[in-house]
Design a protein around this ligand. Structure first.
Ligand code: ADP
Length: 508
């Protein structure tokens, strides 16, 4: 742009100067030169007439011509000359030609002054001719011829000076034009080079855009694996990185949708099957109970009683299983209330303590003081805690310690971590732990962690698991601290504790 502005600006100035000079030549110097040429021609005619004046057959006719030339011709010629000089040097004192203008004006006045004696000489010439005084007539004619030659000579010099000035101006204009042409070519070359350089640079800068576009098309076709196509530190690199983050987010959202969809379908099936199974199961259980009662009276049928107990045990297991399926099928959106998360966890731990003790498992609970209230569905969260505590217990068949902690993580969330010293999990199982029906237990359903994840995500939080060293597993639940809950707890959980509903009882 700078190069273009320079070229355009300079061209304008050059054009304007050329136009001014052309105008000066056309309406100034050219009419002046013509006026001078006319004056020289008039004077020439005057001189020619003088040559034959003394030998003319009718001098009176000649006198009429000379009188007309003196009275009208000459004054008109010089008036035209003065006007032409004035027009040619309108620039006034500041014009570099002002000096020449003064000289021309002065010289014109001097020439006119020199010719002013002609009137008297012409009168004396014709009077002498009328008297027949040939000698005096010849004397006056010679005087007039000499003066006429001087006037013509001085007018000729003036014409030459003006012509020289015109030539100088034309030469300067020619030189300036050649100079302007060279400069213009140079500027055009610079402009072209700059334009070419810019085009190449833009091409080089934008070249990676094609890769980003191809990647965007691939994503549109459904290729959602993250693959950085551009690792530069410029804007395009940033764009590509942001795009890949977006792809990752879409892939994660897709996976969540799939999982939720799968769970929903399973839920419907489970609800249907469970509904079909529960009624027969409860009548089988009732019949088994009645049979047991009958057999209780005949001690010799102990083998039959043992069989019945095994059946009873299986019925109980099937009932528990159907309960779990139903709970998933009935999974409702959480009814969020501002609650004390630590208190919910403490209650779940207390509830599980007896079961844990029976399996030689100890439990420690550590709660960071002054935690804010968070929006949660107490029943759902308690169920998640039960699932995780039970899993932790089952991972330590020989007993051990479960460490539970509730604390803040950053400014935006609370976390509950449940860590055990159990068998841990295989690296290859890590990605499947939260998949529905993934279980490594003989009698497991593989639903506990899937349901837990669903609950946490519905709360706007998450669940993650880490392997512990030297052994064991840690599961951490995170819940966002909502704006209303982001204040230290003022009251402890109890019958008088206020239950604050946030945002109409539903927040995400
Ligand atoms: P289930 O307990 O019925 O198997 P879950 O969804 O609760 O279903 O757990 C899925 C699987 O995750 C378990 O079978 C087990 O392999 C693994 N898992 C869960 N909790 C733990 C834990 N605390 N330690 C080791 N593995 C665990």
């Amino acid at each position: 742009m700078v190069a273009f502005t320079l070229v355009a600006g300079w061209s304008l100035i050059a054009l304007r100067t050329a136009a001014q000079e052309g105008e000066l030549l056309r309406s100034g110097y050219l009419p002046l030169s013509l006026a001078l040429r006319d004056a020289v021609a008039d004077q020439d005619a005057w001189n020619t007439q003088l040559n034959h004046v003394t030998t003319a057959a009718n001098p009176a006719d000649k006198r009429v011509w000379f009188d007309a030339a003196l009275a009208a011709g000459r004054p008109r010629t010089f008036a035209k000359l003065r006007a032409a000089i004035h027009r040619a040097f309108q620039g006034g004192e500041r014009d570099p030609s002002a000096e020449l203008a003064r000289e021309l004006t002065q010289e014109t006045a001097d020439i006119l002054e020199l010719g002013s004696a002609d009137g008297q000489s012409v009168a004396q010439l014709f009077e002498a001719l009328a008297r027949g005084d040939a000698k005096l007539a010849e004397q006056r004619r010679a005087e007039l011829v000499t003066r006429g030659a001087r006037i013509k000579g001085r007018l000729g010099q003036l014409e030459q000076r003006v012509q020289a000035r015109v030539d100088a101006l034309a030469g300067a204009a020619q030189r300036r034009e050649a100079h302007a042409f060279r400069l213009l070519v140079a500027l055009l070359m610079v402009t072209s080079l700059v334009a070419l350089g810019s085009a190449l640079r833009v091409r080089r800068v934008l070249a990676p855009l094609a890769r980003v576009t191809a990647r965007a098309r691939a994503v549109a076709r459904g290729e959602l694996e993250v693959q950085p196509v551009l690792e530069t530190a410029d804007e395009l690199g940033e764009l590509a990185a942001t795009f890949e983050r977006m792809v990752a987010a879409i892939a994660a959202a897709n996976e969540q949708l799939l999982a939720a969809d799968r769970l929903a379908t399973i839920g419907k099936m489970a609800a249907h099957v469970t509904h079909e199974i529960r009624n027969p199961l409860s009548s089988i259980a009732l019949n088994v109970e009645m049979l047991e009662e009958e057999l209780a009276e005949s001690p010799e049928r102990s083998e039959a009683r043992a069989l019945l107990q095994a059946i009873q045990h299986e019925i109980e297991r099937l009932t528990a299983l159907s309960e779990q399926y139903l709970s998933m099928a009935r999974q409702q959106p959480p009814n969020l209330q501002e609650e004390d998360l630590a208190e919910v966890v403490r209650e779940a731990c207390d509830f599980m303590r007896l079961e844990l003790k029976r399996h030689d498992v100890r439990l420690s609970l550590e709660v960071e003081p002054d935690l804010p209230l968070v929006a949660l569905d107490e029943a759902q969260l308690r169920q998640v805690c039960f699932n995780l505590l039970r899993n932790a217990r089952e991972s330590m068949p020989e007993g051990g310690l479960i460490e539970v902690s509730v604390r803040r993580r950053g400014a935006a969330e609370l976390v509950v971590c449940i860590a055990d010293e159990g068998v841990g999990f295989d690296a290859q199982d890590a990605s499947q732990l939260f998949e529905p029906f993934f279980t490594t237990k003989g009698q497991g359903t593989g639903l506990g962690l899937a349901i837990s994840r669903q609950v946490l995500e519905a709360h706007g939080g998450g669940i993650e698991c880490h392997a512990r060293t030297p052994r064991g597993t840690e599961f951490c639940l995170s819940l966002p601290i909502t704006a209303a809950g982001a204040r230290p707890r003022a009251v402890t959980r109890g019958s008088d504790r206020p239950h604050l509903a946030s945002g109409g009882g539903q927040t995400t």
